[in-house]
Design a protein around this ligand. Structure first.
Ligand code: ABU
Length: 454
């Protein structure tokens, strides 16, 4: 990177930080105006530097702002400075995380993170993990390991039996896609009903497994969700793990959302019995505010990572032990260095600092719930431990309210459904926020709603 571009980067970054303060939410640019407002078309001839920089700055400053104190829209948010520093440096290094020869000490920091989190989860020495390009992909890796564990010949001969798998109706949409990708087939996912809190019903799970066995099908995999995307519900791992044991099924916990509770002594109970799973996924870009993506898959059976993902390539693996060439257990070949951003954060503030971040998010969620409970114009739908706060205000349709708040540049927040009920879903995962930010959210929502609907 040359001096000129480094200086452009700093200029644009400073302008972005300033604009994020002045205008935390941008009104969306209509698709019909996108090309008239911004110079996006590529052309045969390039641009001289100043013009190029202006075009680039305009593009950056007109992109939705996901790191501000008015962004509550998705299961990520905030911009942790130490993690961002790590991410920027990983881009400069441009390592590809398949071999020690190319990654050097970056392979060691990935190992350090994985080994620490395995121990925190209660997994023993035969466990390990890796990083993939997002939570859908880490769930996919778990499914592939479970499939190949059920029948080790599948990797060479393909699927010969009718396999069936189980997940709750509230689980992530990657489960269905992954069933299709893996050759299991989307119709072989059994969606198990939940209770009123969105937690999987274990009696229904077991009844369905029994029925499938009677029908000569082959159950092999249960996905338990630890933090559903809408209600933030947690499936009962203790009971599900008993069922998995009884029928010899692989138990995966999709803890992409709530896996970071591992860092909090106070809230670690959310992940109770995690050590009984065969694998779990965790996204540090959710609760830990690292830049997207930072997605882990861990398994108690390190050998399954090798069985499902190892493939030789002598142009690539030219030395060092397998453990130091993580391409041997990766889904991808080229793989970004997503470890450094979590390592810089963890190294800088320590486990206790990350614990404070997690605890603060729980406190922010509690503040929001209390506000809602103390105001009769609101109805609350999500539970007491959730980091998503699902509610309606004065019975205003949530989709209209969220769209209005976005269009007018007030707030970015989305909506969700549970059964037939639609509601606003406010997400409390930006650990950089304070009580006032939560109260300001409600002040803006009410002011907008009261002026536009009544
Ligand atoms: N796949 C992550 C969930 C995205 C969201 O609900 O915000």
């Amino acid at each position: 990177m040359n001096e000129q571009d480094l200086s452009s980067f700093l200029d644009i970054a400073k302008d972005l930080f300033e604009e994020e303060k002045n205008q935390p939410v941008l009104s969306p640019i209509g698709l019909d105006q996108l090309h008239s407002k911004l110079d996006l078309k590529l052309s045969h001839e390039g641009l001289e530097h100043e013009r190029f920089k202006d075009v680039l700055k305009s593009l950056i400053l007109n992109t939705p702002r996901t790191s501000t104190n008015r962004f509550f829209n998705q299961l990520f948010g905030g911009r942790n400075s130490k993690a961002t520093l790590g991410e920027l440096l990983s881009v400069l290094l441009n390592s590809s995380m398949y071999t020690y020869k190319i990654g050097g000490p970056m392979i060691a920091i990935e190992r350090e993170i994985i080994q620490n989190i395995c121990r925190m989860a209660g997994y023993d020495e035969s466990s390990y993990g890796t990083i993939a390009s997002g939570g859908s992909m880490t769930n996919y890796m778990a499914l592939i390991m479970a499939r190949d564990h059920f029948d080790p010949n599948i990797t060479t001969q393909g699927i010969k039996k009718n396999l069936v798998m189980y997940s709750s109706v509230e689980s992530h949409y990657s489960i269905k896609k992954n069933a299709a990708f893996s050759g299991i087939g989307a119709s072989n996912v059994r969606y198990i009903e939940t209770n009123d809190k969105g937690e999987m019903l274990c009696e229904e799970l077991e009844a369905q497994i029994k029925k499938d066995i009677e029908d000569d099908l082959h159950p092999f995999f249960i996905n338990a969700t630890i933090g559903t995307t809408v209600l933030g519900a947690v499936d009962p791992l203790a009971e599900i793990s008993e069922i998995a044991k009884r029928y010899n099924l692989w138990l995966h916990a999709d803890a992409a959302f709530y896996g970071s509770f591992l860092f909090s002594k106070k809230y670690r109970g959310v992940l109770k019995d995690l050590e009984k799973t065969d694998s779990f996924s965790m996204n540090a870009h959710k609760m830990l505010s690292t830049p997207i993506t930072c997605s882990f898959i861990f398994t108690r059976h390190k050998e399954c990572l090798y069985h499902s993902f190892d493939s030789s390539a002598d142009y690539l693996y030219q030395g060092d032990e397998d453990d130091w060439n993580p391409g041997k257990i990766s889904f991808q070949c080229g793989r970004r260095n997503d470890a450094l951003k979590l390592w810089t954060l963890w190294k800088a503030i320590g486990t206790e600092g990350i614990e404070r971040m997690v605890n603060n998010e729980c406190e922010l969620a509690r503040i929001a719930r209390n506000y809602i409970r103390n105001n009769e114009n609101y109805t609350l739908y999500s539970g007491d431990k959730s980091l998503t706060i699902c509610f309606n205000y004065r019975n205003i349709p949530a989709d209209q309210l969220c769209q209005g708040l976005h269009k007018t540049g007030e707030l970015m927040v989305g909506y969700g459904h549970f059964r037939d009920q639609q509601f606003v879903r406010m997400v409390a995962v930006n650990s950089g926020l304070q009580k006032n930010d939560m109260l300001e959210f409600f002040r803006r929502l009410e002011s907008f709603a009261d002026n536009n609907y009544f």
